[in-house]
Ligand binder design. Sequence first.
Ligand code: HEM
Length: 126
Amino acid sequence: MLLGIHVSTVVISIILFNIRAYGLVTEAGWRKRRLLLVMPHINDSLLLFSAIAMCFQIKQYPVVNDWLSVKLVFLLLYIILGLLFMRKARSNTQRWWLYMLAMLCFGFIVSVAITHHPLGLMSIIF
Ligand code: HEM
């Protein structure tokens, strides 16, 4: 149940990020609609809430278990990159780099989640 909520909010989060990014780059009028501004906050709160609840469920916690510390740090980085992309980037070049870094961050978090290893999929090589 919790895992289902967590993974669903993860999928919704990346879809919403991409819809908002597309709206911003194309300067679409719909990007400022209230629903699109509010939904990411509700979804991301649910994402974090389900994450915390699952930590208690599996009795593993950030700081204690390094793969969860990595997830938390990269989640914060993903949020910061998203904010810079949406609010501070002044050119499409800047936006492109911030977007790519945010997507890399997200992919890395997923690979850490699946492997339960702080290096994620890179743990296969190193
Ligand atoms: C954007 C951020 C996040 C993404 C993309 C993400 C992704 C995922 C995915 C895909 C899974 C399922 C893994 C599997 O079924 O093998 C998962 C599970 C989990 N995540 Fe996250 N997660 C994020 C943030 C967090 C944070 C911040 C925490 C806690 C600090 C967290 C804690 C957990 C826990 C405890 C599980 C369950 C692992 C298990 O049942 O073995 N997640 N996450």
